[in-house]
Design a protein around this ligand. Structure first.
Ligand SMILES: *Cc1c(COP(=O)(O)O)cnc(C)c1O
Length: 428
């Protein structure tokens, strides 16, 4: 591969700008990227706020107390949304903003690991072999967290007809070295919600002192508005921490996540550093340090401008669009839809070719054809291990997926199927 050094000469700014635009021409239009959960559109006011905040470093609490207050308000609002118990002697919830759910999950993993190790140490027991119980449908960041922080992964494998965690198997895998169980509010494969209540109730019934962390990267800003009666969050006594991506259904551009703990006792003191930065004492418990304040500010803007009602309206719109797409796919007669309808999961459509029809092409060929026909990015995946090698296509419904866009996608899908059927085996 060629390695480009930095040019020796200066270049007029407008030339550099134009050159970069040319290099970017091969990227797909973000609105046509139906594979991603990450926000690809924000309104002018939000973009203006973000641009204005680019020059402020979020960690500098002493210089930017207004920014710090806004970040704390976001933590409190999100903790409230997840029904965190109120803290004795403090009005503030325990949590922080992060770069995304990955950083949030690393922090939550560290907190569970430290808490477990401290307890083992106090009891004079070995604390060298921590493990974490999780479904094999976890997002890749869990593998990172396990590897980077030396925690063994204990997988509850998916099955042919089950793409989420089996609660009794999960609790059955628990041993004295288990630091916690991860439960996913909206798996990346089918968008299904894992049954945290069943895990919680089994732990309570068997009197097991094992914490649950909820990976609500996507579902954290969906379920509370669409299914307020679904009990998955801090209302369950074993749930100690929850992460959510602000840049997914929190409706902010890429670069923000949140992690909330049930209370101060679940975030070991060793993880909180008191920095004396530019003359002021401040507490920090993140992996990263400096970052523009833009994302936190635009998260706050979304929270206050939409409010509970606005988020509910947006999420219900997305759910309707997903249902509309799902029913259209079913009516075509060649697909089986695997995701849940009517808001029982994330607003996405996961589907596969009907295996009974014996098609000579597969889901990966359809994905390639859609890319060629309309520039659509509709990823094809092989499902989580032990799901019998099932292949799926997945469309994530975001706010910038319009009705017209949805109909155009359906038309291109029909065309793709026609072309692949005519091309015969081994084509596409
Ligand atoms: C997206 C996602 C993550 C990773 O989140 P980032 O915000 O992209 O770091 C983790 N878990 C689940 C379930 C996700 O959907």
């Amino acid at each position: 591969m060629a390695r480009n050094g930095m040019p020796t000469d200066e270049m007029p700014r407008e030339d550099a700008y134009r050159m970069i635009q040319d290099d970017l021409a091969i990227d797909v239009a973000p609105a046509r990227n139906l594979g991603s959960f990450v926000t690809t559109h924000m309104e002018d006011e939000a973009e203006k706020l973000m641009a204005n905040m680019l020059s402020k470093n979020i960690v500098n609490h002493e210089s930017y107390p207004g920014t710090t207050n806004i970040q704390n308000r976001c933590v409190n609002m999100i903790a409230h949304l997840f029904n965190a118990p109120t803290q004795e002697g403090s009005v503030d919830a325990v949590g922080t903003s992060t770069v995304g759910s990955s950083e949030a999950i690393m922090l939550a993993t560290l907190a569970m690991k430290k808490r477990w190790a401290n307890k083992r140490r106090a009891a004079g027991k070995d604390h060298s072999k921590p493990n974490l119980v999780m479904s094999s449908a976890v997002q890749v960041c869990w593998k990172k967290a396990a590897r980077y922080f030396d925690v063994e992964e204990k997988f509850v494998y998916c099955a042919k007809d089950r793409y989420t965690i089996d609660p009794s198997e999960a609790v059955g895998l628990v041993d004295e070295n288990t630091i916690g169980i991860c439960s996913i509010m909206g798996t990346t494969y089918t968008g299904e919600y894992e049954d945290t209540k069943a895990i919680n109730d089994l732990l309570v019934k068997r009197d097991l002192d094992i914490p649950i962390h909820i990976d609500a990267a996507s579902g954290g800003f969906v379920a509370p508005f669409v299914n307020p009666d679904l009990v998955w969050d801090f209302r369950l006594e074993k749930v100690v921490s929850i992460n959510v991506s602000g840049h997914k259904y929190g409706l902010v551009y890429a670069g923000i996540g949140w992690v909330i703990w049930r209370g101060a006792e679940y975030l070991p003191k060793e993880l909180i550093l008191n920095m004396n930065y530019l003359g002021a004492e401040q507490l920090t418990f993140t992996l990263n340090f400096s970052r523009a304040a833009s994302h936190v500010i635009s998260q706050y803007y979304k929270l206050i401008s939409l409010g509970q009602k606005g988020y509910r309206r947006v999420m219900l719109d997305l759910i309707c669009m997903a249902d509309y797409l799902g029913s259209n796919l079913e009516q075509m007669g060649c697909f089986v839809v695997l995701s849940k309808k009517h808001g029982q999961g994330l607003p996405l459509v996961a589907f596969r070719l009907d295996p009974a029809k014996g098609y000579v092409f597969d889901e990966f060929a359809i994905a390639r054809e859609l890319r060629r026909l309309g520039g659509w990015v509709v990823p094809a995946y092989t499902m989580a291990p032990h799901s019998d090698e099932v292949k799926i296509l997945r469309v994530v419904v975001r706010q910038d997926f319009s009705h017209a866009g949805c109909d155009a996608l359906i038309a291109d899908l029909r065309l793709a199927l026609l072309r692949l059927s005519m091309a015969g085996p081994g084509q596409g």
